[in-house]
Ligand binder design. Structure first.
Ligand code: PRT
Ligand code: ZN
Length: 222
C-alpha cells in the first residue's frame, strides 16, 4: 500500500499538539528535527513536515492526502486560489480544540474608533490580505492594504500603517505594542483536511481508523 501522506507544520505553534495527537492515536515516529519526511514505524503513514502556509496547497493539489492546519491559514489560501480563478477543493474532517485564535483588527490606543467606518481609506497592515479584503468588502469599507509577512504589530508605531489585522490569542502582543482590538474578523482553530479526490480503499480505511482514534483521544480528555 502507498503510504498515507500527512502534511504537518514542521515547527511552530501547531507542531507539538499535532505530533502528540498522532502519538496518542498509537502512531509511532522517530522525529528528526531536520527531516522533511518522517515515516511511521508501525503504520503505512508518512509525515511531510513543512511551513503551515504550504499545507493547504499541498492538500488542494493532492500532493498530501491529509493536512493539519489552522483554519485561518486554510481560509486565506482558499480565498487566494479563488481570487486567482483557481480551484481549491478539500474536505474538512475535524476541528480540534487546540490552535485557537482570532484574526482581529486593532488600532493604536489613542485612535478614535467608533465603528468599522472609522477605518475608511485607512492603511491596514496584515499577513492575511484575502481574509481582510473579504471582510472589508462585505462591509463595503474601502481601505489600503499593506502586506507584511511578519512584525505586523509594529507597523502603526513605525508609521507604516494606521491599523493592523493580525492573529490574537491572549492579547498580550497588542497590549505590548500600544494597540487595542476593535473587531474580530475570523475565529480559528486547528483542523484536519483531506484532499477531495477519493482515497484508495486502504487509505480510506486508515483515515477512518485514525478519526475513530482521534475521537477516542478527545473523549478520554473530557
Ligand atoms: O514557520 P511557519 O510558517 O510554519 O509558522 P508561522 O510562524 O507562520 O505560524 P505559528 O507557528 O506562529 O502559528 C501557527 C498557527 O497557530 C497559526 O496559523 C494559527 O492558526 C495558530 N495560532 C494560535 C497562532 C496564535 N494562536 C498566535 N497567538 N498563531 C500566531 N499567533 C501570534 C500572533 O500572530 C501574534 O504575533 O502570537 C501573537 C499574539 O499572541 P498573543 O497571545 O500575544 O495575543
Ligand atoms: Zn506560517
Amino acid at each position: 500500500m502507498n503510504r498515507l501522506k500527512i502534511a504537518i507544520q514542521k515547527s511552530g505553534r501547531l507542531s507539538d499538539d499535532c505530533q502528540e495527537l498522532l502519538k496518542a492515536c498509537g502512531i509511532k515516529f522517530h522525529y528528526n528535527k531536520d527531516r522533511l519526511i518522517v515515516y511511521a514505524k508501525n503504520q503505512p503513514i508518512e509525515l511531510l513536515r513543512v511551513r503551515d502556509d504550504d499545507i493547504p496547497a499541498l492538500v488542494f493539489d493532492g500532493v498530501a492526502d491529509l493536512g493539519f492546519v489552522g483554519e485561518n491559514v486554510l481560509g486565506e489560501c482558499q480565498l487566494d486560489r479563488q481570487n486567482k480563478g483557481e480551484t481549491a477543493s478539500f474536505n474538512k474532517l475535524k476541528v480540534f480544540e487546540f490552535g485557537e485564535c482570532r484574526l482581529s483588527l486593532a488600532v493604536p490606543k489613542d485612535f478614535d474608533y467608533q465603528s468599522l467606518a472609522s477605518l475608511k481609506n485607512a492603511r491596514i497592515a496584515t499577513s492575511y490580505p484575502n481574509l481582510l479584503k473579504k471582510y472589508m468588502d462585505d462591509n463595503t469599507v474601502p481601505f489600503k492594504n499593506c502586506l507584511l509577512t511578519g512584525s505586523v504589530e509594529v507597523a502603526p508605531s513605525a508609521g507604516i500603517a494606521h491599523a493592523i489585522c493580525d492573529l490574537v490569542s491572549s492579547g498580550a502582543t497588542l497590549e505590548a505594542n500600544g494597540l487595542k482590538e476593535v473587531e474580530v474578523i475570523y475565529r480559528s482553530k486547528a483542523c484536519l483536511i483531506v484532499k477531495s479526490e477519493p482515497l484508495s480503499a486502504e487509505k480510506q480505511a486508515l483515515v477512518d481508523k485514525l478519526l475513530t482514534r482521534m475521537t477516542g483521544v478527545e473523549q478520554a480528555k473530557e
